[in-house]
Design a protein around this ligand. Structure first.
Ligand code: CP
Length: 320
């Protein structure tokens, strides 16, 4: 695979580079099961985790991934930094550059923030998008693909794509960077993607996405017989209007519950990127069922982020 400099979008990855990252994540996963879970790969590199928006899974798993690869890690949250005194993204980035950051993992509330940082010239290191507004979350899509491949193919996952897999993405697609990145990566890996949502929670120009669109979850489950169902969080914090009549109505029409679980094929996967609104888009009985991969997704996030850091930072700088 050609050397990647940044990871801003799932669209940055062609089939070969996506599979190379997933295969490296398999190697990292075996390291993560050893007693001593540490590699010297990024010794001497400095990585800054620059978080302007809250996170549990992504922030902690990037930090763990960086430490397991022996990088020096700096955690920066907008809360408690000079950003709260009005410091701009440019000045913050230039401060990190002056301190010699080799890579910046950025989460930001503004769509496009990671692209701005990558193309601004303010910083020379690699930029990894850890979620920007409603735009993209490429490492989430990679860990989701890794989780699917692992459940389907087990120890025989290496080199595999997702051709023949039917993946249903359900819920608040409009506000979901997870959905946008997954649609791109799943297409690259050959999966068939179905979106299911109320019309108010679907973006415009969906005809350019290369997906099938459904409005009725029960009908879609019966017709498609998905191999994986990915439930999306209802992102109330990004909603400035009423997108559905009530939570009760949403849960009844779009939530995943035991009845809908019973409609799935026996080994179908039930996924959620987290954090979950239990009782709204997913019930506790569904989230905690054997079909659920939710905690596997979290665990796989560490291996996948180690793989991304390895591919971005351990290669030949001349070819960047
Ligand atoms: N899936 C995800 O991005 O979770 P966090 O917001 O907790 O990082």
């Amino acid at each position: 695979m050609s050397q990647l400099r940044h990871l801003l979008s799932a669209g940055d990855l062609d089939r070969a580079s996506a599979i190379a990252i997933l295969d490296t994540a398999e190697e990292m996963s075996s390291v993560n099961h050893r007693d001593i879970k540490k590699l010297p790969t990024l010794r001497g590199k400095t990585i800054v985790n620059l978080f302007f928006e809250d996170s549990t899974r992504t922030r902690i798993s990037f930090e763990l991934a960086e430490k397991r690869l022996s990088a020096d890690v700096i955690n920066f949250s907008a809360k408690g930094s000079s950003v709260s005194k009005g410091e701009s993204l440019k000045d913050t980035a230039q401060t990190l550059e002056a301190m010699g950051a080799d890579a910046v993992v950025i989460r930001h509330w503004a769509s496009g923030a990671a692209n701005v940082l990558a193309h601004s010239g303010w910083i020379n290191g690699s930029i990894i998008n850890a979620g920007d507004g409603t735009h993209e979350h490429p490492t989430q899509a990679l860990l989701d693909a890794f989780t699917m491949r692992k459940r389907i193919y087990g120890d025989d996952s290496k080199g595999r794509d997702l051709v023949g897999q039917k993946v249903m993405i359900v819920g608040d697609v409009l506000h979901s960077r997870v959905a946008r990145s997954n649609v791109k990566l799943l297409a690259t890996l050959g999966a068939e993607v179905h979106l299911v949502a109320p019309p108010t929670l679907l973006p415009v120009k969906l005809e350019t996405w290369g997906v099938s669109v459904h409005f009725d979850l029960d009908t879609a489950l019966r017709q498609v017989q998905p191999d994986s169902v990915m439930m999306l969080r209802v992102q109330a914090e990004r909603m400035n209007a009423a997108f559905f009549p009530s939570e009760r109505e949403y849960s009844r029409l779009w939530g995943f519950n035991s009845e809908r679980l019973a409609m799935l094929k026996p080994h179908a996967l039930l996924m959620h990127p987290g954090p979950m609104n239990r009782g709204l888009e997913i019930t506790a009985s569904a989230a905690d069922s054997p079909n659920s991969t939710i905690l596997e997704q979290v665990a796989n996030g560490v291996s996948v982020r180690m793989a991304v850091l390895f591919h971005l930072l351990s290669g030949d700088k001349e070819s960047k």
